[in-house]
Design a protein around this ligand. Structure first.
Ligand code: PLP
Length: 228
């Protein structure tokens, strides 16, 4: 078996154990392989090992790789500029990184013009770091009813990126906050807003994320090795 195949097996085991620790079904967690800078041959190896969702950060890179990739669902996990929205249709099945009402509106506008509907997650900046993209927790709630009315987008849940730390448990409070926010939004029962998905956890902290309710973990280096 190749390293990539072994890594994926091991990560799935660790996801399963983390889920079991908190009484969750391991199958309720989707493993998204984060493939920025990774060669197509390695990505195809991961797909053969069972990966069925990949996450790309950049439009251009995703466009370049798409023709050579085995059949797989591709999600956009990196920041999206409004002037690039026109490229996402047909390339991505979901955008995890919708980080402003303006971006949501632009995706909506172009989706409607194309007769399409794009699945999205709302990225929340739970740590309040200035360098991070995302809705402020406070600003998100007032925007939700408007976003829920947008027929060209389907809001499926929330996403976050906590501050980087070597210590996985440092991410826990941020994951807890995203989880609590999801529950709060669910309880509000806003039309057009579904909260089924929580995209959180990366190579260093995905087990903590699963313990705190992640339904999608975005894992790159633990599958493919360190990026160049
Ligand atoms: C790169 C990246 C990941 C994966 O990071 P690793 O630490 O390599 O697992 C996850 N999410 C986003 C948004 C990323 O840019």
């Amino acid at each position: 078996m190749s390293d990539i195949t072994i890594n994926i097996k091991e990560i799935r085991n660790r996801i399963g154990e983390a889920a079991n620790r908190v009484g969750r079904n391991p199958l309720s967690v989707k493993l998204v392989a984060a493939t920025k800078t990774v060669a197509v041959s390695s990505i195809n190896e991961a797909i053969e090992a069972g990966i069925d969702i990949i996450g790309e950060n950049r439009i251009q890179e995703a466009r370049d790789k798409a023709p050579e990739l085995n059949k797989v669902s591709c999600h956009l996990i990196g920041h999206l500029q409004k002037n690039k929205v026109k490229y996402i249709f047909g390339l991505f099945d979901m955008v995890h990184s919708v980080d402003s009402p303006e971006l949501a509106a632009e995706i909506n506008r172009q989706a409607i013009a194309k007769g399409k509907r794009m699945d999205i997650l709302l990225q929340v900046n739970v740590s309040g770091e200035e360098s991070k993209f995302g809705f402020d927790e406070k600003n998100l709630l007032p925007d939700l009813s408007e976003i829920g009315k947008m027929e060209g987008i389907a809001v499926k849940g929330l996403m976050t990126i906590p501050p980087y730390s070597d210590e996985p448990n440092d991410s826990r409070p941020f994951f807890k906050r995203l989880s609590a926010l999801r529950k709060k939004i669910q309880a509000m029962g806003i039309e057009g807003i579904e909260m089924g998905e929580l995209s959180m956890g990366m190579s260093n902290d995905f087990e903590v994320a699963v313990e705190e309710g992640a339904t999608m973990v975005r894992v790159g280096s633990a599958i493919f090795g360190r990026r160049q």
